[in-house]
Every structure is written in structure tokens, then in C-alpha cells.
Ligand binder design. Sequence first.
Ligand SMILES: Cc1ncc(COP(=O)(O)O)c(C=O)c1O
Length: 317
Amino acid sequence: MMVLPARRLAAELGSWRTVGPAYAALADRIRLLTLDGRIPLGTRLPAERELAAQLTVSRTLVAAAYARLRSAGYLESTRGSGSVVTMPGRGAAPQDDGGAAVVLDFSKAALPAAPQVGEAAARASRELPAYLNGNGYDPLGLPRLRQALADRYSARGLPTRPGQIMVTLGAQHAISLLARTLMGRSDTALVEAPSYPHAYEALKSAGRRLVPVAVDAHRGWDEDGLEQAFRRTRPALAYVMPDFHNPTGAVMPAAQRARLMAAATREGTVVIADETMAELTIDGRSELPLAAHGPAVLTGSMGKTVWGGLRIGWIRG
Ligand SMILES: Cc1ncc(COP(=O)(O)O)c(C=O)c1O
């Protein structure tokens, strides 16, 4: 379990006070940090006394903030293991109230499978006997699937050969493999803040430190921050999401993609672009993949476009 020290939480909280009761403002700020992924689910918050000392407020105030988060479903407290960050209704299926309103579960950004997924699975299982004569071990993935994925990139304007594709067990697997392969224990990774929290975990466990660069739903990427972070820290790896960034939805403009790749190339940084969200465009418009602007490694997944249970992802090198 990740334990968040009081000093780190205080730094993340920044200037949290607003008009209105301080305990509500503190609870609200912690809730926002949880929703945007800066406090990953399952993190243990500091003990009330420690956080109170760090923020120079009374313990009663922190206790009231934690109680508010608990009653809203953002915190679970058990004797002996402290207060752990969670989401309201986590694990519960979307519920129908029997009438017009359906409760959508936003704790996971994914929908149930379309009916075509079941039909395609039935067709695929009829083709299985053709594969059973082989040994079934294929470290790079089925040639047919690699060809289909390569063709999809080519259709998006990025010519790709099947030899550039490796199939993985979802994008999370791809990110972990890349982090462990490309980072040493003393290496730094540049990441966006906020970002997909499980990528933080994979990168943190492979390297030494994460360098955050801000992304904002309205203003997009902090361009100066990006340039400075590359220059100052010369990261071994940068993990970015230029297309429908999770959770802000921001899309990086083409010119900024070119500048990002130029800065990374100058510092010898390998850029990983997570394209899990890239094909979720609503109006059909999309930018050319980051790898069209320089040697970025792309990862993708069928988790959001088809179904999360499919466990098919890939790396494009
Ligand atoms: C941005 C992003 N990357 C990667 C993943 C993990 O994808 P997969 O389910 O294919 O492992 C997710 C899942 O939510 C995601 O949102």
C-alpha cells in the first residue's frame, strides 16, 4: 500500500483554503486530488495528528475533513490500517433506479462491451483449431493481429510494418514492460500531472524519480515547464498522452508535438506516447500520432475502444 507522508500531501494541497469552513475546503481539495489521480486510489493518508502538525491547523479540523470524505465515500478508515483513499461505489455495477435515470459509474472510464464483441469472440473461437497445431507461444503476438494493428496506424497516416508491433496484455502491461526495459534504478521519468495513476506506479517502481509537468483541461501542456524539465533533468524516459489526455481530455497540437520530440531528442530521452484514448474522437478529427514527429514509442489498447476485458494492447516501436 502506498503511504502518503504528511509533507508530500501538504505540498500537493497547495493553497487549499477557500471561503467557507476550513474542514470542508480541506476535504474538497483532497477529493479533487483523488479524482484527478494525483492521490492514487488505495493510498493511505497521513494520520490526523501528523497532517494537522504539517498544516499548522487543529487535529479536530483534519478529523472533520476526513469524516466528511468518509461519509462521501472517498475514504475508508479501519482501526490499525489508517485512512485509505477510495471512490464512492467502487466495485459496484452501474445501477438502474427502475426509472428514467441511470447511475453511471465514473470511477472507471470504461463502458460495457457492445453486442458485437460477443459475436466476434464466438467467430474467433471457431478459428481456434487452426492455431492448435502450433505450440501457442508467440512472444510478439499473432502475425495477423500485428498486421491489422500496423494497417490501422498506416490508415491514421503513420506508415507501419507488422515488424514494428508487439502485442501485449493491455496497455498497462506495455507501460510496465517499457519502464522496466528502458529505465535503470537511478533514472528519472518525465510525466504529466495529472495522469493515469497506474503508469506512475510502473515508472516509479522501475526508476528513481518522476518529474511532473502540468497539463490543464483548458490550457493544455505547460510548454515552458516541459522544455525546462527536459533541459534540467535530462530524463531517460517521458510518458505522455497527447491524444485525449486522461483525465483532462486535452489534445496536443501538431506544432507542440514537434517541439516536444525535438526537446526529447536533444536530451536523449525516449518518449512513450500512451494512445489508449487516441481513437475516442467524437467528431472524427485527430492529430497525427506523436511518432510522425520523431522516434516516439507508442502504446495502445483495445480496453477503451472495444472492451476492457479483452486484454489486448500493443507497443509500436
Ligand atoms: C491512459 C490509460 N493508459 C492505460 C490504461 C490501461 O489500459 P489496459 O486496460 O489496456 O491495460 C488505461 C486504463 O484505464 C488508461 O486510462
